[in-house]
Design a protein around this ligand. Structure first.
Ligand code: PLP
Length: 387
């Protein structure tokens, strides 16, 4: 059997994989088993922030592999402490909990919000407002938090205590807050899986003002938008407000599994010893990778992200077959005239890997994708869109 046959026989059927087996990569290039080269415009769903096997990242990870690979959270380790310090100093948040994924970062956010409310107001004020069309993860609780009916079947009973507001509709938010005992509102500032929709500043500012006037926390899910993706270190910085809780994961450790839930002034003491935990969370190797990633997300890199975003938009503006483009920074969605799957398939045939999100084609290249590769990828994509 070849790799695809073995995978289909032995790996659980949860993924509709593309018919490609990737065997190696370097930066924004990946290669399949036949040696065919592809320009990677998805970076493992916004994970490989500096591409595959980036030498600077690799050196940081390898150095840590030689020192200490795992200890559990029963002991202090340097990478975990220094990464938490770096995250707090660069965001203004106060404390960080480390897990291994986006869903876990969101689980922590939900637990912290509920416990904050419990300590402050007692039992019962536990409902969290999320937005329709959101995506917050695949655990039973984060599926419940996800504001899409299609995720709320077949795995019940789901965790109670989530209600779903219409994005861009403050009346909907206010009505839900009136009808329920809410402790928080949770949102992605750019809805990724839902089709790359950036929320408007007006709506986000109104939500923040309303939440804080009504003793509710603002949780932002930056699992996808975080770590430089939108052209700021975190997307909330583009919007100009301070959230109470920020979750992130995907690009944080540049290709290793690491999630973080950052707690602000109000919530920094919501979790105490024994109330939450993770065996792998804050693993020294993953944290060393993340420190290396964050150190390189500076103003220069962020301006490059914005410049490359503008370049992509300029190539798509008025291009044949393009109905609209949405998103921020290097997180962009293209509404196309052709079926999304046809565009993705044709790009793949011509050596470019792009993703989908709902009905759109989605671009999530490495933050440092070299301009010549980006130009080449856009040539292929523009041609596929025009057919
Ligand atoms: C990917 C994603 C998640 C889930 O992250 P996992 O690491 O797959 O658990 C949660 N929220 C958002 C916004 C995401 O994009």
């Amino acid at each position: 059997m070849n790799i695809r046959e073995i995978d289909n026989k032995y790996v659980a059927n949860t993924y509709a994989r593309f018919p490609v087996t990737l065997v190696k990569g370097s930066g924004s290039l990946v290669y399949d088993e036949s040696g065919k080269e592809y320009i990677d415009m998805g970076s493992g769903i916004a994970v490989s922030s500096f591409g595959i096997s980036d030498p600077v990242w690799k050196a940081a990870v390898e150095a840590q592999l030689d020192e200490l690979t795992h200890t559990s959270n029963l002991y202090y380790t340097q990478p975990c402490a220094l990464l938490a310090q770096m995250l707090c100093e660069r965001t203004g948040m106060k404390k960080v909990f480390f897990g291994n994924s986006g869903a876990e970062a969101n689980e922590c956010a939900i637990k912290a919000a509920r416990r904050w409310s419990y300590l402050k107001n007692g039992d019962g004020r536990s409902t969290i407002i999320t937005l329709k069309n959101s995506f917050h993860g695949r655990t039973v609780t984060t599926l419940a938090a996800t504001g899409q009916d299609s995720f709320h079947t077949e795995f019940g009973p789901f965790t109670e205590g989530f209600v779903y507001a219409e994005a861009e509709n403050m009346e909907s938010v206010k009505k839900l807050a009136q009808e329920n005992s809410c402790c928080a509102i949770m949102m992605e500032l750019v809805q990724g899986e839902g089709g790359v929709h950036a929320l408007s500043k007006e709506f986000v500012n109104a939500v923040v003002e309303f939440a804080h006037a009504n003793d509710m926390l603002v949780i932002v899910d930056e699992v996808q938008t975080g770590n430089g993706r939108t052209g700021s270190l975190y997307a909330f910085m583009e919007y100009g407000f301070m959230p109470d809780i920020v979750s992130t994961a995907k690009g944080l450790a540049g290709g290793l599994p690491l999630g973080a839930c950052m707690l602000g002034e109000k919530t920094e003491n919501a979790l105490t010893a024994g109330t939450h935990g993770s065996t792998f969370g804050g693993n020294p190797v993953c944290c060393a990778g993340a420190i290396s990633v964050l150190e390189r997300i500076d103003d220069e890199l962020l301006s490059q992200v914005k410049m490359k975003s503008k370049y992509i938009l300029s190539r798509l503006e008025g291009a044949k077959g393009v109905k609209s483009v949405s998103g921020m920074g290097l997180m962009l969605g293209i509404e196309c005239e052709r079926a999304k799957a046809e565009v993705i398939g044709e790009c793949m045939e011509n050596g470019v890997l792009v993703l989908g999100a709902k009905e759109k084609v989605r671009l999530l290249p490495a933050l440092n994708i070299p301009m010549p590769l980006l130009e080449k990828a856009m040539d292929v994509l523009v041609e596929a869109l025009a057919k």
